[in-house]
Design a protein around this ligand. Structure first.
Ligand SMILES: Nc1ncnc2c1ncn2[C@@H]1O[C@H](COP(=O)(O)OP(=O)(O)OP(=O)(O)O)[C@@H](O)[C@H]1O
Ligand SMILES: [Mg+2]
Length: 416
């Protein structure tokens, strides 16, 4: 079990995300992201904000507020959108400005990134109404990755490779803007139904890196997907890489990060024996989740490059794929069907020949049956023609004339 004493305690209380806001003399301040509670007990349901966004349903309750599904009444067809209501759960007055800053930053980043990248939701509006802050964003019609990463179910290497590649491609874009997401986890990755692409959501934890690097900051993240430097308040771009690596390991092993043991000496996570994976992909994943951040890939671009190289170096790694096995079985099955067809065809022909022969020549048949007689004469003509044709090249040679004559005599015998 990874060592996050405070977080472990929180997990026992039923929450899965902790936002450690501040350390002070009076104690530490945390924001908790709990599981969805009483989803229909929200006073905002059916409220129309700005005379435009009608709240329909509660989607989730997070540390900074509630997230709702809403209708955009201004647009043709009144499409869905997502409304985030800023309502920090922490009663500590010190936490409020931090939460406010994070909420404002989420809007800023969605506006900056979402408008330019198809796999990040677009920002539609950001406003204050009756002393409440709201953020309206594009609704992603899909499901989150918790529905694909099922405990006890291992995904194939090829599926995991594609998953990692797609997440890293989004992160390359995010990291290019010097933004650390800080909360990469299955709940914040949605698979859009229309094109099956992954969309990264929840920019409520992001950190913008300053020109001089990242100073010590508040601690935000989710246990299991959060590396040690992030847990110490010093996140780096490669902290997001750690989270992606953990998602890959979760997919390959069918185990939650909290179910994995760590090496007591090195503190590295032990997972290889619980997965069917090629050495090349396992090496990339191990580099992604190194305890010491300096030993990890420094950015998403670097990790993506190493990941794609595994396909070039080790195409044989694909041989462990159940998909490849399925193809082999399909080919074998096709061959079997073909051979079976040929065999059955041959047997049917033989049976037919035997039946015809019996029909023609058995004593039980009538001697003057017209069909039988016609068939008999046809067979006789056929033999006759065949014999004459065979003789032509032989008869051309004067030495072979005798052979021709004798064969013709046989043919004449048959005709009589
Ligand atoms: N753009 C979106 N499209 C579809 N569903 C969304 C979208 N944004 C959020 N959701 C749904 O709402 C849930 C909660 O939203 P989100 O992850 O942004 O906030 P949170 O984790 O509850 O809060 P916090 O920002 O405080 O961490 C998500 O897990 C997802 O199911
Ligand atoms: Mg979230």
């Amino acid at each position: 079990m990874r060592r996050y004493p405070l977080i472990k305690k929180t997990l026992q209380n039923g929450s899965y995300t902790i936002k450690f806001l501040k350390s002070g003399e009076s104690g530490n301040t945390h924001l908790l992201t709990g599981k969805i509670r009483h989803t229909n007990q929200s006073p905002l349901i059916r409220t129309i904000l700005r005379n435009r966004f009608e709240i329909v349903k509660l989607l989730g309750r997070g540390g900074s507020g509630d997230t709702y599904l809403a209708l955009d009444l201004d647009l043709p067809g009144q499409p869905y959108c997502v409304v985030k209501h800023f309502q920090p759960k922490d009663s500590n007055p010190d936490a409020l400005p931090i939460s406010k800053r994070l909420f404002a930053r989420e809007a800023e980043v969605l506006y900056q990134l979402g408008n330019n990248y198809d796999q990040i939701p677009r920002l539609f509006a950001h406003f204050n109404e009756n002393e409440n802050f709201y953020l309206v964003q594009e609704f992603i019609d899909g499901h989150d990755l918790t529905e694909e990463l099922i405990v006890g179910q291992r995904l194939s290497e090829k599926t995991v490779f594609n998953l990692l590649k797609e997440i890293l491609e989004i992160l390359v874009f995010v990291h290019q803007h010097k933004i650390i997401h800080r909360d990469i986890k299955p709940q914040n990755l949605m698979r859009r139904h229309s094109d099956k692409k992954i969309v990264l959501i929840d920019f409520g934890s992001i950190k913008k890196m300053s020109a001089v690097g990242t100073n010590a900051t508040i601690i935000i993240g989710t246990p299991g997907y959060m590396p040690s430097e992030q847990a110490k308040g010093k996140p780096k771009l490669c902290s997001d890489i750690y989270a992606v690596g953990m998602i890959g390991i979760q997919a390959l092993t069918g185990l939650m990060p909290s179910q994995l043991q760590e090496d007591p000496n090195t503190e590295e996570i032990i997972w290889r024996d619980k997965a069917q994976v090629s050495d090349s992909l396992a090496d990339v994943l191990d580099t992604m989740i190194r305890v010491r951040h300096s030993q990890r890939y420094h950015s998403a671009a670097e990790a993506l490059e190493a990941l794609t190289a595994t396909q070039i170096i080790s195409p044989s790694s694909q041989s462990t794929e159940p998909n490849t096995n399925t193809d082999d079985y399909l080919l074998l099955y096709k061959k079997f069907i073909l051979l079976l067809g040929i065999g059955l065809g041959t047997i049917t022909s033989l049976v037919l020949i035997v039946l015809i022969y019996t029909f023609m020549f058995t004593s039980t048949s009538l001697p003057n049956n017209p069909i039988q007689l016609k068939f008999k004469s046809f067979i006789e003509k056929f033999f006759d023609l065949t014999l004459v044709k065979t003789d032509i090249p032989i008869a051309k040679s004067p030495n072979n004339k005798r052979v021709c004559n004798s064969n013709c005599a046989i043919a004449e015998d048959i005709n009589r």
